[in-house]
Design a protein around this ligand. Structure first.
Ligand code: BG6
Length: 454
């Protein structure tokens, strides 16, 4: 039986920016089971019509591309209840008397995760119910462990979805397909053949009015601690025995365990942070980050972070993995790039041909392999070519695919509790050293390629 959705934090940005469009697209593609109710819950003193108007307005502003008929169909399915997540009776009333399992979706500020889980734990949800938790899951190792303990008192790990929509992007999933279904890549996937890996998520968007969340987070916590470390697991993990939830997640957490724990000196050497200054992005003026409404300069939040990590195991010893993400940059560059080592000896005229480069690129989605071949002219001259495929354009957004897994009850691409703790273990020493001022906060003009790290 398909579960009903109860979205806590229904008046918030995440619900209208990601969840509602995802549900609309699922509905449009015929994959949202018909009888499923979608109930928004928030503290706002709204009735169902007010909630529906709010969602319709936000979709019209943020997602003009969704056809009006599709929005109208979704709006009809929405229900609403006002409730305070710490009040057991109100939450019980908001959940209603569902005949079957429910999906309790916590699209809430992180400080409310603990209290909401406690409230839900006391309510004896129907068998098969699922709990979805957005990021950030904790703020350090200790708080992630605390949340995990709390969750496990009432929910089996299998029914907890710590979601990361990056794992639902088709091109990202193809890292696994390419590696583990083709002999020619996996055999060379190691320190002997690969020089470095770059995982880059440069964005043109600036704060987008999200100061209340972002100015407590910053690029390291918003992007690297979760999304980019997850991409690292797919690139670096050992081959799973089967594509089952347990085998895949075991291999991912093993990889995270092998990531080096930085000393403060290593943080100084291998990390950089910066924030944008006034500039122009795609012809639109962007103010200094610290002058954006809602930003507190004393928090010293970065809008750009770069971290070079090392995976200390036989496969990857000595290979740098450069993870980088920033906002208000010149262009959207979303990619994983694997740089191979040069050939051991070159018998051609060309002295320094570029070594092979394997690129997983998103928006537009494309996988390519840069190679050197003989050109049409002198047979001893080399020419650069690319083998490429635009294979991975997906039909529904990443968030829709994430919701499909929740509906199916399959957590294979959700973050397991130990993965979340291990990710904080990697990031924590960086946060500490940054808080001590060991790494300078640089500036970069909005609309530039980022700070000068030279
Ligand atoms: C979100 C971050 O999780 O991912 C945002 O909070 C970021 O800051 C976004 O912009 C990027 O994801 P996508 O799928 O929109 O490229």
């Amino acid at each position: 039986m398909a579960p009903d959705f109860v979205i806590f934090g229904a008046a918030g940005d995440l619900t209208s920016r990601y969840l509602m469009p995802a549900l609309a697209r699922l509905d449009e593609s015929g994959q949202l089971p018909k009888g499923v109710t979608i109930r928004g819950v928030s503290q706002e003193d709204w009735d169902v019509d007010r909630f529906r108007r709010h969602i319709a307005d936000r979709l019209a502003t943020l997602h003009e591309d969704i056809p009006p008929g599709v929005v109208a169909d979704l709006i009809k399915r929405l229900d609403y209840r006002q409730a305070d997540v710490t009040n057991r009776d109100e939450v019980a009333e908001a959940l209603g008397k569902s005949r079957g399992p429910v999906v309790a979706y916590l699209a809430l500020p992180p400080r409310l995760f603990g209290p909401t889980i406690e409230t839900l734990a006391g309510l004896d949800l129907p068998e098969g119910s699922r709990l979805v938790v957005e990021k950030p899951f904790g703020s350090d190792v200790e708080s992630a462990k605390r949340l995990n303990r709390l969750l496990h008192e009432s929910f089996p790990e299998q029914s907890v979805f710590r979601v990361d929509h990056f794992l639902m992007k088709a091109t990202i999933q193809n890292v696994i397909g390419l590696r583990f279904a083709n002999r020619i890549f996996e055999m060379l996937w190691n320190r002997d053949n690969i020089e470095r890996v770059e995982i880059t998520w440069d964005e043109t968007v600036a704060l987008e009015g999200r100061a209340s969340y972002y100015d407590r987070s910053g690029a390291l916590r918003d992007m690297i601690q979760n999304h980019l470390l997850q991409l690292l697991t797919l690139v670096g993990m050992e081959p799973p025995v089967t594509m089952s939830e347990r085998d895949l997640r075991d291999r991912k957490v093993e990889l995270l365990r092998a990531v080096r724990n930085f000393t403060p000196e290593e943080v100084e050497r291998h990390t950089a942070r910066a924030r944008y200054a006034a500039g122009t992005v795609k012809g639109v003026a962007v103010p200094n980050y610290v002058d954006e409404p809602g930003v507190d300069p004393d928090r010293k939040i970065e809008t750009f972070a770069q971290v070079t990590l090392f995976v200390d195991n036989w496969r990857w010893a000595g290979v740098p993995f450069v993870l980088r993400s920033g906002k208000a940059l010149a262009s959207d560059r979303h990619e994983i790039v694997v740089h191979y080592r040069p050939v051991p000896h070159l018998a051609f005229h060309e002295d320094h041909p570029q070594p092979n480069v394997l690129r997983f690129q998103l928006n537009p989605d494309r996988m390519s392999l840069g190679m050197n071949i003989n050109g049409p002219g002198d047979p001893l001259d080399l020419e650069r070519v690319e083998l490429a495929t635009d294979c991975c354009q997906q039909e529904i957004p990443a968030y829709s695919r994430l919701l499909l897994d929740v509906i199916k009850g399959d957590p294979i691409l959700a973050i397991r509790g130990d993965e979340a703790e291990e990710s904080w273990r990697i990031v924590e020493p960086i946060l500490h050293a940054w808080a001590e001022g060991r790494v300078p906060m640089r500036d970069y003009p909005a609309g530039s390629d980022g700070p000068d790290l030279g």
